[in-house]
Write a protein that binds this ligand. Structure first.
Ligand code: SF4
Length: 351
């Protein structure tokens, strides 16, 4: 989508892990993260014209008005800072309309090396821009989560992490942070990491207050995984399925999820076949469109084709419905938020 007025009002974000180069917009009661800072968005058929009072905008397709949109407001917790002077917005951000999200460890052993880096990832960009800090402490995140819940009605928390060299793959820091956040706010928490060497970490995470877990495949075939994410692909899909089985035992059916980026090279059939396998294992396949983020190795890649996305996401929604797995039943995390994909809206549409 293009903007007639720079980035317009509301919240937008460049760089970092997770959704980036996006703006949060609310359309028909659903908040979605729409790419506005990527190269392809400059030639999008869709334009937003900010209204005179500045609180909303008109969505235009090829110059014709098609809908009114609004924006989640800047949260009040963004105006606060810790006792040692770190602004809360550098520690965690509002995602969608009611999610507090943070990358507890903003560095990754795979990032910055062509041999190992995930080509779609921008985890180092926000650190380079000094818009975040390299590692968040449990005490800092507890403070931010309490404020976000009290001042802004945040409903759940996403804790993700870059991958450290250690065999826990970041689970130890995630557990410490979850324990502190839960004690301070009581909010439901999703943790996201690569599968740790010892799956006993899943129980430790749950005991620390984590309610749901994300173990992210990103791409479903070894062919695409080796090409796009050579370091992460050293952990094969079979190990992910071992991890999924243990994680579902600990967190329950539907409380374990995986991110799948549609548009990296996996076909619709491959994504649907994997989604069916995942759902049967009790894992929610959160399929989202790949976004070619500026400054990454894939910034010049075309975004996924709209018909491919429609057919793929409709197919995943049908599989979820057949097996009665619902985003609304996820206690916390990306699947419950759903702002990075239209999958949730398609699930609701089917219902
Ligand atoms: S789906 Fe996940 S990554 Fe996307 S906005 Fe929601 S919480 Fe953030």
């Amino acid at each position: 989508m293009r903007w007639e007025d720079d980035r317009g009002p509301g919240l937008s974000r460049a760089g970092g892990a997770g959704p980036s180069d996006h703006k949060a917009i609310t359309l028909d009661h659903q908040t979605v993260m729409v790419p506005i800072l990527t190269l392809p968005s400059a030639v999008s058929h869709y334009t937003a014209r900010v209204s005179a009072h500045g609180n909303g905008a008109t969505l235009l397709r090829a110059g014709e008005p098609i809908a009114d949109i609004t924006f989640p407001k800047q949260p009040r917790f963004y105006g606060l800072q810790t006792e040692d002077g770190v602004p809360y917005w550098k520690l965690a951000t509002l995602h969608g309309s009611d999610v507090l999200a943070t990358t507890v460890l903003q560095t990754c052993t795979r990032y910055g090396n062509r041999e190992t880096a995930c080509q779609f990832c921008a985890i180092g960009q926000s650190l380079a821009a000094k818009s975040t800090v390299p590692e968040k402490t449990p005490a800092q995140l507890a403070e931010v989560a309490r404020a976000a819940a009290e001042l802004d009605g945040v409903k759940h928390v996403v804790l993700t992490t870059g991958t450290p060299r250690t065999p826990d793959r970041g689970a130890a820091l995630l557990a410490e942070c979850a324990r502190a956040i839960k004690a301070a706010s009581g909010l439901p928490i999703q943790a996201q990491c690569e599968p740790p060497e010892d799956f006993a970490w899943f129980r430790r995470l749950q005991e620390a207050g984590v309610d749901s877990l994300g173990l992210h495949l990103e791409a479903v075939t070894e062919r695409v995984r080796r090409r796009i994410m050579p370091g992460k692909a050293e952990v094969p899909v079979s190990v992910y399925f071992d991890a999924f089985a243990e994680a579902v035992r600990v967190f329950g059916r539907g409380q374990v999820s995986t991110y799948i980026l549609a548009g990296l090279g996996d076909t619709r059939e491959e994504i649907l076949e994997m989604s069916e396998r995942l759902v049967k294992a009790g894992v929610y396949p959160f399929v989202v469109p790949f976004v070619p983020i500026s400054g990454t190795a894939l910034e010049h890649e075309p975004p996924p084709d709209a018909l491919f996305l429609r057919d793929t996401l409709d197919g995943v929604a049908a599989i979820l419905a057949d097996h009665e797995l619902k985003s609304a039943d996820i206690k916390a995390g990306c699947g419950r938020c759903g702002a990075c994909s239209t999958l949730k809206a398609r699930e609701v549409g089917r219902a």
